[in-house]
Design a protein around this ligand. Sequence first.
Ligand code: SAM
Length: 444
Amino acid sequence: MACIRVVLALSLTRINALSTTAAPTKTLFLAKPTVNAEALLQHFAAHGCCVTDVDAHTRFAFVQFESDADANRALALENGPYREAKRAHASINDRNATAAAAWDALCAKLRGVTAGAVVPRSHADRVAARLAARGHETLAVEQVGVERLLLLRTRDPAAFAAETSADAVLAGVCVPLALDGHKPVTDVAAAADEIDELLRDASAGASTRVRVRTSPPALAAEITRRLEGATAYALAPGQADLEAHVAVVDRAYVCGVVAAPNREQARRKQVASRAYFKLEEALDLAGVEDLHGSHALDLGAAPGGWTESLLDRGASVVAVDPGALNESVGARPGVRHIQKKSQAARNDGDLDGERFDVFVCDMCLHEPGDAVAALEACAPHLKPGALVVLAIKLTQPAKSTALNDKRAEPYVERLRPLLDGAAAHHLVASRTRERTVVGRWRGS
Ligand SMILES: C[S@@+](CC[C@H](N)C(=O)[O-])C[C@H]1O[C@@H](n2cnc3c(N)ncnc32)[C@H](O)[C@@H]1O
């Protein structure tokens, strides 16, 4: 009898399968008990079965045993008010074991996760590739509404959030989250508690401003509500010193807290056109940082995003386009705008005597092959080894990425003999129908 600790609860004890690990709970379920809890206890104790908890109701009772052996011994008893329990016992334990195993598998999946990135579905692969190039490994991809949550292993989650917010290409398409996959919790209340603890540790005082970011976004309101009334920090939806991050993965809540990215850094650069970010990305992929001393030819330059990117990296630029350049770009030193079509510029001798270290082409043409022809036509003006970045804009795009890759392939093949190290990319900043080829001019 010494081992019996009786708790007669009036309410149904919640069997929290998620809080268990792999071992099933040692619970015997008694349907419609015909005797009261005390009698039930005495019966089991008399047969040497150690009971740790009894939770009796008018229709049901749950008995928890010290060990599986005790539960099995109780089940083997011939008589008693628990005949219907045998089948129920097995099914409850099976269910608990299944839930516990699923939770363990989820925890194992999350264990290496240190960060997350919420991205549009169409960008998931491209963002993952860009993050991989920066050393952030995607461990899994989760569906969150119409978006995707990349679960990542990063070296430094705080630096990851700041770095991603400062990356001009990623900032527009990706919400970075710092997450600790080692400590998943099972419900929103526990997540709010975890966040509160992390914030109290990180807070510099009551005036420390905190913003909440979540995946899915709708969860932020619930977490914020639960943090209201905290005195160690102040909730602030706008400018913040700390960011609290929570992501729901399956049934697990994963949390993290980081210093809020610097607003100035995080603000997207004001540029002549969105295309600026395409060339930035292509130059990053080519490993080109500095273009000081380089002379660049930009075909299809208006309104000026690519020209601006080249200027920002130190190149001088001949920008060819019948359209107007954005004033902020056209007025910069180092730009010569030839306001003509590229054929006319060549035919009129506007490029005579010019030799370029960089050739970029983002022209919208009737046929993607015309861009390859434009490069070939400029051959006399290109130095050997010149950097080439050429956009292939499919005029008959397909819906799937793979099919568009296939449709772009003939044009990439035409470029291979002309370029060393030719590589075709589907850039994060590009539309579905566009591929960008980067390589080095092979000609003499
Ligand atoms: C997508 S926009 C280029 C955007 C530009 N790269 C930027 O960063 O702002 C395509 C441009 O190609 C130009 N274009 C089309 N055919 C051309 C040609 N034959 N010669 C020069 N430019 C051309 C158009 O006038 C248009 O401004």
